[in-house]
Design a protein around this ligand. Structure first.
Ligand code: ADP
Ligand code: MG
Length: 494
């Protein structure tokens, strides 16, 4: 492992944190894993996307949806996993009202994907490899609703039977920040591949985090599972709380019980849900209604050759083709839409060398404005061609940076193109010698003391004068013209 985070508790002893994740990702597919009902269930009236199979009516037989398997293979290939040409669908038994068959169809000993990797950034901003044990496919459960009636519980079976991929990592994560980076990069990859939309608010991505602590040099500690975390913010807080709790227990001479805990955002604490089942409790066995999943190597090959570009391939391309820094490339590729926007903007630039400037503007002023106004990127009114026109105007010095920011602000609000805004508001940069000279005279007359100081050797004041002239012109003066004319004017005063 390339990095471990050490964490000192108030008792001053040092502990290492060890975390492994089980990520449940809803598979993008028209229909459910074993039935023909729609898998687009979010926000639908309860029990309107349900077939007889989904509620385990007697005599109903499952038919495997091959598209769901292909989706898992796509992800498996992208993480350099081994695709099982034969995998098995097992029944995992447990009793729960939202699980009408009394078992969930899942994969146990022979999952469709084994042994992959995903790169994340650690605290030192170095790449760290997280090993992925397996990806298996399984059915989602329905949803119990306890808040509809004071005396009864209801069950909505819309989600029952929707295909999930469970992506299980090795315990290679060393702190909550790494966990968040891992989930974000996995989600980003799945979106690139079109295999999961990853909207946590819609339950399309749920994380079970297994966490343990140990003294350096010791073997793995007893783990606690934090179940069904559906927000990254809560996941981060829950882990922080749980790590401290475990260290506290151990330092006080207690021991950690292997159990499943849940996080309560209101109190910021985790509390026990149940002691963790072991696999024996589930009585796993191959589903007798389903034959093993057999995949030809030609089929795997065909999927491999049609795989879209991965985030890291795009990252490398952005660095190579556009000359971006690793840092900028990483930020731009993390959101598929942002990366498209960037390339769209660049396609409108007359000089490809300005791509870096485009990256600066998107990651700088644009992102800052989105943040400040709490606007999601998807809601922006800014058209790529307009963004390109603005960058072009900055690049060829028609606009100073100051004016460009002002124009950008109006573009952001109105969606107008920058030429129109500049014309309407008289924001065009002034390079006209006479105007610039007038502003310079005003400043030099006002700053007599500073001028004398400059003439007696305080060179640094030059930049100050430039700034003052820019201010005097209300940001309109062409910076190049200021420089040239200012040198001349000061020369004359010597
Ligand atoms: P199970 O089959 O009971 O779910 P696994 O061995 O498959 O258990 O592990 C489930 C998850 O727990 C994996 O993501 C794994 O990385 C993680 N894990 C296993 N042992 C530990 C540990 N001691 N500390 C933290 N995470 C662990
Ligand atoms: Mg598990």
């Amino acid at each position: 492992m390339s990095s471990v985070s050490l964490m000192s508790s108030p008792g001053s002893e040092t502990f290492e944190t060890v975390i492994g994740l089980e990520v449940h990702a809803q598979i993008v597919s028209q229909s459910k894993l074993f039935s023909g009902s729609s898998s687009q269930v979010f926000g639908k009236e309860p029990n309107t996307c349900v077939s007889f199979l989904d509620v385990a009516m007697p005599g109903m037989l499952p038919t495997l949806n091959g598209e769901c398997v292909d989706q898992a293979i796509r992800l498996g290939l992208a993480i350099s996993g081994t695709i099982s040409l034969v995998s098995v669908l097992d029944r995992k038994h447990y009793f729960y009202p939202d699980n009408p068959a009394g078992y969930q169809i899942s994969q146990y000993q022979k999952p469709v994907v084994q042994d992959g990797t995903l790169q994340i950034l650690n605290a030192e901003k170095a790449w760290k490899t997280i090993r992925i044990q397996r990806i298996h496919i399984e059915q989602d459960a329905g949803k119990s609703m306890h808040d509809q009636d004071p005396h009864k519980s209801y069950v909505d079976f819309n989600r029952a039977g929707v295909g999930l991929m469970e992506i299980v990592s090795h315990p290679d994560l060393s702190n909550p920040d790494e966990v968040i980076d891992y989930v974000k990069r996995l989600r980003c990859l799945m979106r690139y591949l079109g295999v999961c939309y990853g909207d946590m608010e819609k339950g399309q991505l749920r994380v079970d985090a297994n966490v343990s602590v140990r003294r350096p040099g010791e073997g793995l500690g007893t783990r606690v599972e934090l179940k069904n975390m559906n927000s990254l913010r809560f996941l981060h807080s829950a882990l922080n709380y749980e790590i401290r709790r475990q260290i506290g227990e151990i330092e006080n001479g207690g021991r950690i019980v292997q159990e499943t805990r849940t996080y309560d955002p209101a109190s910021g604490k985790t509390r026990p849900m149940r002691t963790k089942e072991v696999a024996d409790d589930y009585f796993y066995f191959p589903d007798p209604d389903l034959t093993p999943v057999v995949i030809s190597s030609e089929h795997v090959q065909a999927i491999a050759s049609s795989l879209p570009e991965t985030p890291w391939a795009k990252h490398a391309r952005f660095v190579q083709v556009y000359g971006l820094s690793d840092y900028d490339a990483d930020l731009l590729v993390q959101d598929l839409d942002v990366s498209h926007f960037f390339e769209h903007v660049v396609s409108f630039l007359s000089d490809p060398a300005w791509a870096k400037l485009a990256a600066n503007w998107i990651l700088g002023e644009f992102f800052a404005t989105l943040n400040r106004t709490n606007t999601p990127f998807s809601d922006t009114q800014i058209q790529p061609e307009n963004m390109a026109a603005l960058i072009q105007a900055v690049a060829n010095k028609t606009l100073s940076n100051l004016l460009a920011k002002e124009v950008f602000g109006i573009m952001f609000e109105t969606g107008e193109n920058p030429e129109k805004i500049m014309k309407q508001r008289g924001l065009v940069q002034v390079s006209n010698q006479e105007d610039v000279q007038n502003w310079i005279c005003t400043v030099l007359n006002r700053e007599k003391d500073n001028v004398s100081a400059y003439l007696s050797g305080k060179d640094k004041l030059f930049a100050f004068f430039v700034g003052q002239v820019m201010k005097e012109s209300k940001g309109k003066a062409n910076p190049q013209a200021i420089q040239e004319l200012l040198v001349e004017s000061l020369e004359k005063l010597k």
